[in-house]
Every structure is written in structure tokens, then in C-alpha cells.
Design a protein around this ligand. Structure first.
Ligand code: NDP
Ligand code: 8X3
Length: 256
């Protein structure tokens, strides 16, 4: 297994859920981190908590991945400070709403497309050249079961995660001549702030998503991502779909 001790891990969307859990597991194993998100207060708290607990260096950057100029400035920072990640977790993303297309909220569509596809690509565009120069490491793209199975009301979110699946495949081809491994993890139901964001802060609706079965947690996904990125370097997992045992498709749940 590959050691992450003293290596650098870059995680987007580290203020909550899967990203935050990834920050924890890599710090616990001695990696230094660059963490990003839009909520400054959370970034600062996570930095302090992880530095105190694990004696690693955590560098936070607060910006919106939809803001191309901000992402490019962040890219310059990484370059100037020699912060090339060994592991890059392109995780920031969200779903908004479950309306059918004919009633869809176009602002929600733009939020999802701008974050999950364009922001994802802006980040890849600044980070990949740095990694290619070093010719080592792993990229984890946050796909979803929604990236291969469409469900009612999922429409635009489904399309953005289908795009991530395609881009993950494309990245594998484009980086063929490098030693960098490219993987997407494609979770089913993970209880994070995801549903709260999707339902615009409506806690009851969000809680209902996970009612009657045991969902995955951010820590479950972080554990699997950690496994994928610490396998011997000749092994490249392209896609890994993972669901709760009580979920067998995007819509099929064994609820009690
Ligand atoms: P959370 O809502 O808990 O976390 C999302 C993270 O993304 C937050 O840290 C948020 O930070 C960040 N983020 C969202 N929009 C932006 C933006 N415009 N710029 C910068 N950061 C942003 O959800 P999850 O942890 O569940 O989601 C993480 C990823 O996993 C997403 O890509 C999601 O699509 C995917 N996923 C989630 C599943 C689930 O069931 N939860 C299943 C399959 C995939 P901040 O608000 O501070 O900016
Ligand atoms: C999140 C999982 O099934 O709600 O990507 O789309 S799902």
C-alpha cells in the first residue's frame, strides 16, 4: 500500500459531508491538506481541528468553483507555493430541486451545471498540469449512481453526473502517457448536507430521503477513497459504484 504521510492532498468541497470526511482520514494518516469551499468559518475550524489533532499542515482556500477567475488565481497560488497535490479529490458539487423538466427552475439548473460540470472542469484544468509535471498521484472524481441511472426528478443533476462519468473516462485516455491514476467513485445515498441543499434547507424533506434504511456516511465514502488512492501504484480503478446494502438501484430501496 502507498503511504500518504507528508504527501499533499487537495480536496474541493471540504467544508461538509464526503469532502470533510476525506480531510479527516488523510490527516489522520499524516497527509498535509489543501482544503477548499465557500464557507470560510468552517474551513478555519477544520484547519484548526485537524492541525491540533494530527500535527499536519492544513491550508484552506475559500472560493466558489463556479468563479473561473477565482479558480485561476487559486491555480497560480498552487504553482507559486509549489503545492502540487499527490491526490486530488474533485468533490465540490450539489443537487438543487427535484422538479420535472417542464417545471424546472432554471437558476437551479445553472447552479448544478456551473458547479458540477464547469467548476469541476475549471479545477481539473488548473490542477492536472501540475500533477502531470510530477507524473505521479491519483485523481478522484466525485461521480454518482445518478451518473449512470436516471431517476424521476433527477434530470439535470443526472446529466451533470453523466458528464462527470464521461469526463472521468476522457481523463483516463488523455492521461494515458502518465503514471497518474484517474478514478471516479459513484455513491448512492450518503447522508450529508446533500439533501438539505437539494431541498433548499427543508430538513423534513431531507430527512425523509434516508428514512427506514441505513444510508452511507461521508466517512464510509472517505474510507473507500482512501483505499482507492493507497493501492499499489500499478492498480487503477476506473469507476467504483457503492450503495447502502438497502439500496440496489437509484430508486430501489429496502425501507423498513
Ligand atoms: P455536502 O452538501 O455535504 O457537501 C458539498 C460540498 O461541496 C460542500 O463542502 C460545499 O462547500 C461544496 N460546494 C458546493 N458548491 C460549491 C461551489 N460552488 N464552490 C465551492 N464549493 C462548493 O454534500 P456531499 O458531501 O454529499 O457531496 C459531495 C459530492 O458528492 C458532490 O459532488 C455530490 O454530487 C456527490 N455525491 C453525493 C451523494 C450523496 O448522496 N450525498 C451521492 C453521490 C455523489 P460550501 O457550501 O462551503 O461551498
Ligand atoms: C447523489 C445520489 O441518487 O440522490 O448523487 O442522486 S442521488
Amino acid at each position: 500500500m502507498v503511504s500518504v504521510k507528508n504527501k499533499l492532498v487537495l480536496i474541493t468541497g471540504a467544508t461538509s459531508g464526503i469532502g470533510k470526511a476525506c480531510a479527516e482520514i488523510y490527516a489522520q494518516n499524516g497527509a498535509n491538506l489543501v482544503i477548499t469551499g465557500r464557507r470560510d468559518d468552517r474551513l478555519a475550524k477544520i484547519q484548526k481541528d485537524l492541525e491540533d489533532k494530527y500535527n499536519v499542515k492544513v491550508t484552506p482556500y475559500c472560493f466558489d468553483v463556479r468563479d473561473r477567475e477565482a479558480v485561476e488565481m487559486f491555480g497560480e497560488e498552487l504553482k507559486n507555493k509549489n503545492l502540487t497535490p499527490y491526490i486530488f479529490i474533485n468533490n465540490a458539487g450539489l443537487a438543487k430541486g427535484v422538479s420535472p423538466i417542464q417545471e424546472g427552475n432554471i437558476n437551479d439548473w445553472e447552479d448544478m451545471i456551473d458547479t458540477n460540470i464547469k467548476g469541476f472542469l475549471y479545477m481539473a484544468r488548473i490542477v492536472l498540469p501540475l500533477m502531470v509535471e510530477k507524473n505521479t498521484g491519483s485523481v478522484i472524481n466525485l461521480g454518482s449512481i445518478a451518473g449512470s441511472q436516471v431517476y424521476p426528478g433527477g434530470n439535470v443533476y443526472n446529466a451533470t453526473k453523466h458528464a462527470v462519468r464521461a469526463l472521468n473516462q476522457a481523463m483516463n485516455m488523455d492521461l494515458l502517457k502518465t503514471n497518474i491514476r484517474i478514478s471516479s467513485i459513484e455513491p448512492g445515498a450518503v447522508e450529508t448536507e446533500f439533501s438539505l441543499v437539494r431541498f433548499d434547507g427543508d430538513k423534513e424533506k431531507a430527512d425523509n430521503v434516508y428514512k427506514g434504511f441505513q444510508p452511507l456516511t461521508g466517512a464510509d465514502i472517505a474510507y473507500i477513497i482512501y483505499f482507492m488512492t493507497t493501492l499499489p501504484e500499478h492498480i487503477n480503478i476506473h469507476n467504483l459504484m457503492v450503495t447502502p446494502t438497502a439500496q440496489r438501484s437509484a430508486t430501489l430501496f429496502n425501507r423498513q
